[in-house]
Design a binder for this molecule. Structure first.
Ligand code: TMP
Length: 237
């Protein structure tokens, strides 16, 4: 598959056109940002790990019945995916309190919820990705009610599946963010990535953080944490 002109550059990935109008190539960068791009840095090796981890998980989700944008891994950092228009909603699920939930509601991190929580942020960097509810998303015509219902169904399936995949490798899935897109044919599919950038992953025994919080919070050891998740998931590096 031939990489043609660059269509888009985001904070962690670039997107290129291909000869096929329905296929694009995503290229994962080592660049890391936090707090809406105010904090910038590099996590060496992150691009390759996030690419391979995302593909591993998307293949397994697809096999379990969740439609995804995944087509084919091309090399360490690059993957062919279906071209979609991204629905501007960041879909966040939480199984354990952490991050903005703990801060907003004034509770400790680490409280295990009886049921997962579900929320949306409006994907809009100028506004700082504010929390948004379904009626607001409908008012803004970010998606239809049917699309939001489908996104909710897929997201809950993804949570159950991912929790299981990660438990097998001794990791608790604390929370995560998904993005969905619409294909040229109008199908809603899981898009973007599933990686330590977009999930909080804690070792089930030690509760050690194995995700981007190590970068966000200047804890050190981000590279090693990403490598550890990759090693457990793929049995190699
Ligand atoms: P939060 O606790 O900061 O709201 O984050 C919830 C989850 O969403 C966490 O797993 C990290 C992920 N996330 C992203 O993937 N991108 C973002 O821009 C933010 C703020 C969070």
């Amino acid at each position: 598959m031939q990489k043609l002109q660059q269509l888009y550059e985001g904070k962690a990935k670039k997107v290129y056109a291909t000869e096929d109008p329905n296929v694009v190539i995503v290229s994962y960068k080592d660049d890391a940002t936090a707090f809406n791009g105010q904090k910038k840095g590099t996590i060496t090796g992150k691009g390759a790990i996030n690419n391979r981890m995302t593909n591993n998980l998307m293949r397994r989700l697809e096999a379990a019945g969740v439609p995804t944008h995944y087509i084919q891994e091309l090399n360490d950092r690059e993957t062919a995916v279906k071209k979609v228009s991204i629905i501007p909603l960041e879909v966040i699920v939480r199984n354990i309190s952490a991050g903005s939930f703990a801060k907003r509601y004034g509770v400790a991190e680490g409280i295990v919820f009886d049921e997962p929580t579900f929320e949306f942020s409006y994907k809009n960097d100028d506004l700082g990705d504010p929390l948004i509810n379904t009626s607001h998303a409908l008012a803004l015509k970010l998606a239809t009610r049917e699309e939001i219902d489908l996104i909710h169904t897929y997201t809950m399936q993804v949570n159950d599946l991912l929790k299981g995949f990660l438990k097998e490798i001794g990791i608790d899935l604390v929370d995560f963010k998904l993005e969905f897109g619409k294909t040229a044919g109008g199908q809603i599919v899981l898009a973007d990535e599933i990686s330590p950038d977009t999930c909080r992953l804690w070792d089930e025994k030690t509760h050690e953080k194995l995700d981007k919080d190590r970068f966000r919070r200047d804890m050190g050891g981000a590279e090693e944490a990403y490598e550890e998740v990759m090693r457990r998931l793929m049995g190699e590096l």
